[in-house]
Design a protein around this ligand. Sequence first.
Ligand code: ZN
Length: 198
Amino acid sequence: MSSRARLRGLAVGLACLVLGACASPRPTLEVPRSLARVEAGPEASRLLELVGHLEPLVLEALGTAWPRPFVVRVAPVDGGRAETRLVDRRVSIDPGALDEGLPMTVAHELVHVHASGRWDGLPRGVEEGLAYWIAGLATGEHVGPYSGPEPDAGALLEALTATDEQYRALEPARRGAVHQAAAWLAAGLVPHDRLVLP
Ligand SMILES: [Zn+2]
């Protein structure tokens, strides 16, 4: 190897170290009877079990079954418990979300992964309400019909019409009201007794 080639090798090595860009991707484990995979790591077996159990319930609630390969991993998420990126078909679970709320979080993200076909045109706010409602049904957190307050017309309209950007920009209290309106709407779209849990 010439000294120039050695230098080039060193430069690439340094860039990899600084950018973390050259690390080979972690191995992934197959979720049985699914196109999902879980990144290897200390939480892999817990995530394999949760995805394996919750994905069929989410699909049943949505009434769709589109082939959807995706990877679930534990990785920091900016300002949230989890994030689904459909562009690279990846669900990231924040290390802070590995608590008793993990089943709800996983089910919620699975709704984002699978809300396709007839659900494709949903506005962001309604999809969030749908994810919340179905995650509750699939995990057994919501039993029985929707029991929250009826939404006011303004919040309902906002859930139906806010763009992604507008939804993200909502004040926390307003977002709560819009989210509740969306959950009320989702409960009308997916009856609570659609899933019969074992
Ligand atoms: Zn969400």
